[in-house]
Structure formats: C-alpha cells, structure tokens
Design a protein. Structure first.
Length: 344
C-alpha cells in the first residue's frame, strides 16, 4: 500500500509520525505539538550537535533501507554527544522529501530513528518537514547533557598521554566498498541477488553503526577521565590530527596495534587495498578515539573493547605512524571530505 504524502499534508504527516512518542527523560518538559519543545537542565552543561545528510552525498537509497537510514542518522548524532563524555537526551528530526516518497517510506525512516532513540533513552521533541526537488535531505539536532566538570574536549591531550580507540577500524569503509561494488555489478540486472555471505559484519558496520555509550560507562566506572576525545567519523588519521592540532601536540601511532576485524582484512585483500590505509582513512566507524594520562595505563589495558594504539608527544616531534618494520610515516588527514569535488 502506498499513501501519497499530499493526502495527509505537512501537519497530518507530522501527527502520524509522532503520535505515539512517549517522553523518557525528566529534562524533556514538553515535546512535539507546540511551537517549540521545552527542556530543563538546571545543573548540567547542555551539549548540542547537528548533522545534515543529503541523498547522493551521504547515502545511496539503491542499497540503504530507509529504516537503517533513520537508525544511522540518529546514531551518528548520539556518537557526537558521547564523544564529549555526555549523554544524549533529545533530538529534533527534519526531513525534506520529493514526490517519489510515500507516507509508508517515511514511516520506515521514523521507525529506525525511534528504534535508535529507544535503545539510548532519547526523546524526539520536534522537527520539520518540507518538500524537496532533489531527493531526500535529513537534518537531525541532538541535545545532550554532562556534569559541568565532566565535559571532554579535543584540546586537552598532553605529552606522554596514551592514545586509545574503541572497537575496530576500517570495517564500515569496507562495507561501503562492498555495497558500491555489488551496485555496479548488478546494475540493470534485477533478477540477480548480491552475495554478501560471510561479510555480514562489514554491512552492519556501514548500514547500522552503534554509538559507543558502553565505553563512556566503562570509563566512568573505572574512574578514568580522558584528556581529549573524538568520535571517528572521518577516519582515525584525520581525527587524530584534529586532536593534535587543537591540543598543540604531536603523536606516535603503531600500525601493529591498530584494531582490525578479520572480515575487514579479507575484504581489503579482495579489493587489493592497503589494510592500514583503510583503517586510518576509512571513516564512519563511529568508534571513540581518546587520550588518557599515562598513570591509567594498567586500567586501560584491562578494559574490554579498548585498544592502546600509541602515545602523545611534544608538538615539534610531529605526527607519525610507526609501521610494523619500524619505519616512520607522516600522518596525513586523508579522511572523507564531503566538500571535495569528486574526481571525474
């Protein structure tokens, strides 16, 4: 069944998408239904982040299901709040859509957003809808909270600090390469089904990333306060350069310590790509990159899901990758840049 959006109108569509929302946070005083949401944060720092996702630039609906897109759009915003050592509490969801989308399509998208929100106890408190002449555009703003003395910035890394990452790197990028390859192979052949057997993890990392609330909780439990932190959206190399630039320091990262999943390694070989380059520059992993004082060495090495990959140095020593055979390569911020023109 397909319901044209025009039959409901803007307010009818918003009502249909938001009628079952129940608020979960005490800081959400009033949500959807008035001119503005009402939030209350008496004793906390308020964190705000926004992401804009454009069809054809950030996602391809040839292979991205709308429910997954909704889930991912919410998750990437939660990840930004966790990267500040905060907790996401509310989001607003704005979408612009062309006539090719039905009400049911947008309900699928919203179902994904709501699933992500339910998992992380986040309230949808507003948003907007509009028509678009160029496909689907999504803008999500996330509001979070943190204790005043617990917010972590990118500019606090110090010489001798340890560099840590959560999870593994490069899998989301390899998942994207796989989807793009299958799209090219099967273009125009509707009957042929792509074969993703044994590569499920890569697809999940690309289509259904998970924001690392668990790592924030583990750090708090172990009484570790990172000196700087970011989430890895544009690639490890790029994010590490941000931390070093803003903290006025250098770094050494060891190739042999960069965590990489087996499926990522197999896929890189299949594509004849350099595995370390994929892990350094791939992006969209939404893992946490953070630095901790050297005194926390023992606690960090015992923490499940966290890997120690290097250390911070003085600025004049520069930012380098140390390869397995002990060569030094200058780190370059070659991460994904949405404003870069595509090579013809």
């Amino acid at each position: 069944m397909r319901t044209e959006i025009a039959t409901l109108g803007e307010f009818g569509l918003i009502r249909r998408l938001t009628e079952n929302i129940e608020l979960q946070n005490s800081s959400s005083k009033y949500g959807v239904g008035d001119d503005a949401a009402v939030l209350s944060y008496p004793d906390k720092q308020v964190l705000v982040t926004t992401d804009l996702l454009m069809e054809g630039i950030h996602f391809d609906l040839t292979y991205v299901p709308l429910k997954h897109l909704g889930y991912k759009a919410a998750m990437v915003n939660f990840s930004d709040i966790y990267a500040m050592n905060g907790l996401p509490r509310q989001i607003t969801v704005s979408i612009a859509l062309s006539k090719r989308f039905s009400v049911e399509d947008i309900e699928d998208f919203y179902a994904g957003v709501q699933l992500a929100c339910k998992m992380h106890q986040v309230d949808i408190v507003g948003g907007d809808t509009s028509s678009s002449l160029t496909g689907l555009a999504i803008s999500i703003t996330c509001i979070g909270e943190a204790d005043k003395d617990k917010v972590i910035y990118r500019n606090g890394a110090k010489d001798t600090d340890l560099i840590c990452v959560s999870g593994d790197l490069g899998a989301a990028y390899m998942g994207l390469q796989l989807l793009e390859r299958e799209k090219a192979v099967f273009k125009g052949e509707k009957e042929v089904q792509p074969d993703f057997a044994g590569k499920e993890y890569l697809l999940e990392r690309q289509l259904k990333p998970e924001a690392r609330k668990d790592i924030i909780e583990k750090l708090a439990k172990a009484n570790i306060r990172p000196t700087s932190m970011m989430d890895i959206s544009d690639g490890l190399s790029s994010e590490l350069m941000h931390i070093c630039t803003q903290s006025n320091v250098g770094c050494r990262v060891y190739e042999e310590h960069i965590p990489i999943d087996y499926q990522t390694a197999v896929m890189a070989e299949e594509f004849n790509m350099n595995l370390t380059t994929c892990a350094l520059n791939g992006g969209e992993d939404y893992e946490l990159l953070f630095t901790v004082p050297i005194a926390d060495h023992e606690k960090i090495t015992e923490m499940e899901g966290v890997k120690l990959i290097g250390h911070i140095t003085k600025k004049d020593l520069g930012c380098f990758l140390i390869t397995r055979d002990n060569q030094e390569f200058k780190l370059k911020a070659q991460g994904w840049n949405p404003l870069q023109e595509k090579k013809k």
